[in-house]
Write a protein that binds this ligand. Structure first.
Ligand SMILES: C[S@@+](CC[C@H](N)C(=O)[O-])C[C@H]1O[C@@H](n2cnc3c(N)ncnc32)[C@H](O)[C@@H]1O
Length: 400
């Protein structure tokens, strides 16, 4: 868990600190040149900081822990990107998760706005580069002695749902592909679509869309991962199941639908409340009057989380362990899937989620003009109770 920190806009009185913390951080990385003239550099940096404070094109911040100033942050926001221009933390607050937390907030901001987060990193700064690699940034170019890195939601989803994962995703006849799972899912969705068209948000490899289409319901999709989409294309062509490559919170699919569905917990792949609300609004935008939006989602398992324990073991089978780590302030849970054999090696696959209580989901639906028509514990219509681990919720638009 990161140290509690806050950021506040820098003021003229901060400029000496901003220079000092930048020198301290650079020195700790061993990156100050041998002939570094500290006094001259400090004067110049203070002057530049004063100009930055007055510059409407950039935001300069002081990072604080308690009452102590511990860092400098500079961000520029344009119509098409969030730019992280600089982050320096005092050496004695480094490696406590503060940098990660600040960058994660900037990623959320970029995802909410539907723009990338970009930054430059010096090639002689491997520590910073490692952090950015871990946070999912990819190199998109070079600028002098610096690499230009970029993070965006589609890069992130393509990293998670990559070619290897996509190839292993389908497990015909077992797990989520078992007949007793898929059969009732497809039957219920066909019943809800009626004689109209269905749209699947995050269609993936077509686990549900392919049998639903074969059942006679015309299905379209939205999908962010090219690798998952390629797998779908081995089973159904563009004429049979048209798919728009894009973000289910914003992408528009031609046509009008009686049913939009988002199953297998996938609304939680949107990591901010704003994007989840936007997803409801996007569903509403695609539906004809009286149309339905169906969500299949697990109930957050916070009752399994004793105070002070940030993780739960969901599965501990031979060959597979599922560990969920929680950040309850952000409503985030990261599922860590460990697959292993007899030896000492393990493969790790991680998916981050923003978990949602049924009540919050209903409120999101309400904001988009829906009302809850039904909620069951599964696709066969079992009653939803306080102990149900997940739910199938059907939201409906007004008929007129
Ligand atoms: C658990 S899979 C579910 C796939 C399919 N719906 C199913 O039931 O098998 C999650 C899928 O969501 C996709 N995804 C995640 N975020 C997305 C977004 N914002 N827009 C569109 N697709 C997204 C991923 O690429 C992945 O294919």
């Amino acid at each position: 868990m990161a140290d509690l920190h806050r950021i506040r806009p820098a003021e003229a009185a901060d400029v000496a600190f901003l220079a000092e913390v930048t020198i301290a951080a650079t020195r700790a990385q061993g990156r100050l040149p041998a002939d570094f003239d500290e006094a001259t550099w400090q004067t110049g940096f203070e002057e530049w900081s004063r100009e930055s404070i007055d510059d409407p094109a950039t935001d300069l911040y002081v990072v604080e822990v308690g009452n102590r100033s511990v860092g400098r942050l500079r961000v520029s926001r344009t119509a098409d990107a969030v730019e992280l221009n600089g982050i320096q933390l005092h050496p004695d607050v480094q490696n406590r998760g503060i940098g990660t937390a600040i960058i994660t907030d900037l990623k959320d901001e970029a995802a909410r706005r539907g723009v990338p987060l970009r930054l430059h990193v010096e090639r002689d700064n491997p520590d910073a580069r490692r952090l950015y690699d871990r946070l999912g940034f990819v190199k998109i170019g070079e600028d002098g002695a610096e690499d230009v890195l970029r993070w965006s939601k589609d890069v992130e989803q393509n990293r998670i749902w990559n070619a290897e994962v996509a190839e292993r995703y389908d497990t015909p006849g077992t797990g989520a592909f078992a007949d007793d799972v898929l059969g009732p899912t497809v039957e219920r969705l066909a019943e809800l679509a009626g004689t109209g068209h269905a749209l699947e948000f995050a269609i993936g490899t077509g686990r549900v869309a392919v049998p639903l289409s074969e059942r006679g319901v015309p299905v379209s999709g939205i999908e962010l991962s090219t690798a998952m989409l390629e797998q779908l294309r081995t089973k159904a062509d563009e004429d049979t199941i048209p798919v728009v490559a894009g973000d289910m919170a914003t992408a528009r699919v031609p046509g009008e639908f009686t049913l939009v569905y988002l199953v297998y917990n996938t609304i939680a792949n949107l990591l901010t409340q704003e994007e989840q609300v936007a997803c409801f609004r996007n569903a509403a935008r695609h539906l004809s009057p009286g149309g339905r939006f169906v969500i299949e989602l697990w109930v957050p398992e916070l009752r399994r989380l004793p105070p002070g324990t940030p993780a739960t073991v969901g599965v501990a089978d031979p060959g597979y362990i599922l560990l969920d780590t929680y950040d309850v302030l952000r409503q985030h849970v990261v599922s860590h899937h460990f697959h292993f054999g007899e030896g000492t090696e393990a493969q790790l696959f991680r998916t981050p989620h923003r978990y949602i209580w049924p009540a919050e989901l209903d409120l999101m639906a309400q904001l988009a003009g829906f009302t809850l028509e039904s909620r069951h514990a599964d696709w066969t219509g079992s009653p939803f109770t306080a102990d149900s681990p997940s739910h199938v919720s059907v939201y409906r638009l007004p008929t007129a």
